[in-house]
Design a binder for this molecule. Structure first.
Ligand SMILES: [Zn+2]
Length: 107
Protein backbone atom coordinates (compact mmCIF):
# COMPACT_ATOMS: atom_id res chain seq x y z
CA UNK A 1 0.00 0.00 0.00
CA UNK A 2 1.25 3.48 -0.88
CA UNK A 3 -0.20 6.97 -1.21
CA UNK A 4 -1.28 8.39 -4.57
CA UNK A 5 0.87 11.45 -5.32
CA UNK A 6 -2.12 13.21 -6.90
CA UNK A 7 -5.08 12.67 -4.57
CA UNK A 8 -3.34 11.32 -1.46
CA UNK A 9 -5.58 8.25 -1.10
CA UNK A 10 -4.19 4.81 -0.33
CA UNK A 11 -3.47 2.60 -3.36
CA UNK A 12 -2.54 -1.07 -3.30
CA UNK A 13 0.90 -1.61 -4.81
CA UNK A 14 -0.41 -4.02 -7.46
CA UNK A 15 -2.60 -1.28 -9.02
CA UNK A 16 -1.26 0.50 -12.11
CA UNK A 17 -3.86 3.27 -11.77
CA UNK A 18 -5.26 5.03 -8.71
CA UNK A 19 -8.79 3.68 -8.13
CA UNK A 20 -9.85 7.11 -6.76
CA UNK A 21 -8.51 9.57 -9.36
CA UNK A 22 -7.22 7.28 -12.18
CA UNK A 23 -3.66 8.72 -12.10
CA UNK A 24 -1.13 6.18 -13.40
CA UNK A 25 0.87 5.01 -10.39
CA UNK A 26 3.96 4.33 -12.42
CA UNK A 27 5.58 7.16 -14.35
CA UNK A 28 6.86 4.80 -17.01
CA UNK A 29 6.07 1.36 -18.40
CA UNK A 30 8.63 -0.47 -20.53
CA UNK A 31 8.13 -3.43 -22.81
CA UNK A 32 10.62 -5.19 -25.11
CA UNK A 33 9.57 -6.76 -28.39
CA UNK A 34 11.63 -9.51 -30.02
CA UNK A 35 12.81 -9.36 -33.65
CA UNK A 36 11.23 -11.54 -36.32
CA UNK A 37 13.10 -14.88 -36.17
CA UNK A 38 13.05 -15.33 -39.96
CA UNK A 39 14.57 -11.94 -40.80
CA UNK A 40 18.34 -12.22 -40.98
CA UNK A 41 20.55 -9.66 -39.31
CA UNK A 42 18.00 -8.63 -36.70
CA UNK A 43 18.66 -11.35 -34.14
CA UNK A 44 20.74 -9.15 -31.80
CA UNK A 45 18.16 -6.35 -31.94
CA UNK A 46 14.99 -5.58 -30.00
CA UNK A 47 12.35 -2.90 -29.98
CA UNK A 48 11.91 -1.17 -26.65
CA UNK A 49 8.72 0.79 -26.13
CA UNK A 50 8.66 3.11 -23.12
CA UNK A 51 5.40 4.73 -22.17
CA UNK A 52 5.92 7.88 -20.09
CA UNK A 53 2.77 9.09 -18.37
CA UNK A 54 4.26 12.51 -17.78
CA UNK A 55 5.30 14.32 -14.64
CA UNK A 56 7.03 17.54 -13.66
CA UNK A 57 10.07 16.69 -15.83
CA UNK A 58 8.74 14.67 -18.77
CA UNK A 59 5.81 15.31 -21.11
CA UNK A 60 3.57 12.30 -21.78
CA UNK A 61 5.04 10.34 -24.69
CA UNK A 62 5.63 6.90 -26.12
CA UNK A 63 9.30 6.38 -26.95
CA UNK A 64 10.44 3.72 -29.38
CA UNK A 65 14.06 2.67 -29.44
CA UNK A 66 15.85 0.02 -31.42
CA UNK A 67 18.39 -1.78 -29.30
CA UNK A 68 21.33 -3.60 -30.77
CA UNK A 69 22.96 -5.82 -28.13
CA UNK A 70 23.29 -3.27 -25.32
CA UNK A 71 22.91 0.17 -26.85
CA UNK A 72 20.18 2.07 -28.66
CA UNK A 73 20.77 2.59 -32.41
CA UNK A 74 17.86 4.97 -32.88
CA UNK A 75 14.92 6.37 -30.95
CA UNK A 76 11.87 8.49 -31.54
CA UNK A 77 9.09 9.71 -29.25
CA UNK A 78 5.46 9.91 -30.33
CA UNK A 79 2.67 11.91 -28.76
CA UNK A 80 -0.07 9.85 -27.13
CA UNK A 81 -2.32 10.72 -30.10
CA UNK A 82 0.18 9.37 -32.64
CA UNK A 83 0.76 6.28 -30.49
CA UNK A 84 -3.02 5.65 -30.45
CA UNK A 85 -3.03 6.00 -34.26
CA UNK A 86 -0.21 3.43 -34.44
CA UNK A 87 -2.19 1.06 -32.19
CA UNK A 88 -5.14 1.37 -34.57
CA UNK A 89 -2.86 0.71 -37.54
CA UNK A 90 -1.57 -2.49 -35.90
CA UNK A 91 -4.94 -3.74 -34.62
CA UNK A 92 -6.47 -6.62 -36.57
CA UNK A 93 -9.16 -5.41 -38.98
CA UNK A 94 -12.61 -5.50 -37.46
CA UNK A 95 -15.40 -7.27 -39.28
CA UNK A 96 -18.36 -5.11 -40.12
CA UNK A 97 -21.01 -5.22 -37.39
CA UNK A 98 -23.70 -6.91 -39.49
CA UNK A 99 -21.29 -9.65 -40.53
CA UNK A 100 -20.39 -10.26 -36.86
CA UNK A 101 -24.06 -10.42 -35.95
CA UNK A 102 -24.81 -12.93 -38.71
CA UNK A 103 -21.87 -15.10 -37.62
CA UNK A 104 -23.10 -15.01 -34.02
CA UNK A 105 -26.67 -15.96 -35.02
CA UNK A 106 -25.43 -18.79 -37.25
CA UNK A 107 -23.01 -20.11 -34.63
ZN1 LIG B 1 -5.23 9.23 -6.82
Amino acid sequence: MHTCRHCGNGVENRFRYCPWCALPQRRKLVEFFAPHPAVGGDQAKALRVSRYFGDEETVPQVRFSIWNVDSADAAVSLTEEEAARLAGFLAPPRRPFLEQLRATLRG
